[in-house]
Each structure stands twice: as structure tokens, then as C-alpha cells.
Design a protein. Structure first.
Length: 278
């Protein structure tokens, strides 16, 4: 579902899920998506008045009935409004002729869902849909030759798994993983055992905690999905989808087969030019 999303946009969704679980909400609502935007990409909200982040959170706190927090391992669904925001975001990317769906498109999607709490918060602070569309359509930067390239919100993209991904975080993740000469071996991804703290629902990979069986429960295969360290491609057990179930590991981190071939097998990929980086 999120293959067209930039890394920033994916992290917005991740943080929105975290905010929803923190409030004890059974759904990811539009206000949680807004909080995710504030956490991940404040540049997108640069048009807001000063101190908006704090005031927005206070406004959401006052509006929300806080329930017992939900474990972050629970895959919370989007509310109907949240689903429409993502649909509108995709439409806005198409409208602006952008191949990716970025955090800027999520912001436009929030404003498109006019009756939502998040849209009301943004309108109160002066954000208008048409003005932001104009701003995002004109974003550009100059490359090293001085030639201007249209790049929404300053993000170059690189194709991985047939979809554009934001190049900057990919390059940073490759830099980190290449700092050590790891031995990578190919094998199927397997669900991981976890430990669950009974009182809070918090999850840990420290299986030694399970010895305290009054406070912790061992969850066999409790962590059912992993992600590629480089591109965050989902990894899970599957007999029919090897692109998701077979990857490379150094015993700690995992890298999908495409990223291993592209970024780790040969010399530094980003040290030379490539036509697919746009």
C-alpha cells in the first residue's frame, strides 16, 4: 500500500500510529496524522505561526478522551477520515505530476478532508489548500551543473522495487551500513520471539525478561514483520512472495535482495552518477 510513499511520508504514518496508541485510540485519526507530520517534517508546516507545535498538541489533548494506551505491536487501522486523507494525498501527487507521495501531499490530503479535526486546526492557523498547492508545485533546486530540477520539498528520488524512494535517507542508510565490513548471508526471514510487559503492553526483544513470568509474557513469533535497513521494504514469512520473504542479514540487521545487489555488492553506488536518480 505504501510503496509510492517517500521515507518521510512512511515515517509520518509510523508516528501517527504511535500517537494513536498513546491516546488509546482504536483508530488512526486525522489528528494523529497531523501529529505525525509535526514529528517528522516540520519544514512542511513552516507556514504555521510560531509555537504552533505545542499549541496544536494542547488542542488535541483537550479534544481527546485518553484511554489505556494500546501496544505499539498492534496494527491499528485508519479511520474512514484517515483513509480518505491517504486517497486525497495520492490524488494531490497526481495533480502536481509528482511520482511519489510525500509528506507535503499528506498535508494537502488533511486539508482536503474539510470536516476533519485536523483540517480545522490547520485552517485556524491560516493554512489554505490552494496556496499550499502553489507552493509545492514550484519547489525546485539546482544540481551541481546549475541546471534547475523540479524536486518537491527538496527530495530527489531513486527507484527501488519499481517505486520512487527519497534518495537522501537511502544514501544515509547505505553510508551507515557500509561503515563496517559486514558478512551478509541470504536466508528466509522468520518471525521473531518477543516479550510483552503485562502492565503496559510494551514489547521487548530481550527474551531474558521472560524469566520474570509475573510481569512478562513470552510471545512466540510475536514480531511478524521486519524491514530492510536501507529502504524499509517489508519482510515477512511467505511461500509465494520471495521478494518479501528472502533477504540478507548480518545477524542483526536485514537488507532486501534488491538493496543488497544495488548498494552492497559493488563499489559505493552514490559515488558515481546514475540516470535513475531523479
Amino acid at each position: 500500500m505504501f510503496e509510492r510513499y517517500t521515507e518521510k511520508a512512511r515515517r509520518v504514518i509510523f508516528f501517527a500510529r504511535y500517537e494513536a496508541s498513546r491516546y488509546g485510540s482504536p483508530y488512526i485519526e486525522t489528528e494523529h496524522l497531523l501529529l505525525g507530520l509535526l514529528r517528522e517534517n516540520r519544514d512542511v508546516l513552516g507556514a504555521l505561526p510560531p509555537d504552533s507545535e505545542e499549541s496544536i498538541r494542547k488542542q488535541i489533548d483537550a479534544h481527546t478522551t485518553v484511554r489505556q494506551s494500546v501496544s505499539t505491536s498492534v496494527d491499528l487501522p485508519l479511520s474512514n477520515e484517515g483513509k480518505r486523507v491517504l486517497a486525497y494525498s495520492a490524488e494531490e501527487a497526481e495533480r502536481l505530476d509528482h511520482r511519489h507521495i510525500g509528506s507535503e501531499h499528506l498535508l494537502l490530503g488533511l486539508l482536503r478532508e474539510q470536516n476533519s479535526f485536523a483540517a480545522a486546526i490547520l485552517r485556524e492557523r491560516g493554512l489554505r489548500l490552494d496556496q499550499l498547492r502553489g507552493r509545492f508545485s514550484k519547489e525546485s533546486v539546482a544540481d551541481v551543473t546549475g541546471r534547475h530540477i523540479r524536486r518537491p520539498m527538496g527530495e530527489f528520488t531513486i527507484n527501488i522495487h519499481g517505486m520512487p524512494r527519497t534518495a537522501d535517507p537511502i544514501q544515509e542508510h547505505v553510508r551507515i551500513i557500509r561503515k563496517v565490513q559486514w558478512y551478509w548471508h541470504k536466508r528466509p526471514w522468520k518471525s521473531l520471539d518477543t516479550v510483552l510487559h503485562r502492565a503496559t503492553g510494551a514489547v521487548s526483544f530481550d527474551l531474558g525478561l521472560a524469566a520474570d513470568n509475573q510481569n512478562f509474557d513470552l510471545q512466540r513469533g510475536g514480531w511478524q514483520k521486519g524491514r530492510c535497513f536501507v529502504c524499509e521494504w517489508e519482510l515477512f514469512e511467505s511461500a509465494t512472495e520471495p521478494e518479501h520473504s528472502i533477504a540478507y542479514t548480518n545477524g542483526r540487521d536485514w537488507v532486501c535482495s534488491e538493496c543488497h545487489e544495488k548498494f552492497l555488492q559493488g563499489p559505493d553506488y552514490f559515488a558515481t552518477s546514475h540516470p535513475e536518480i531523479t
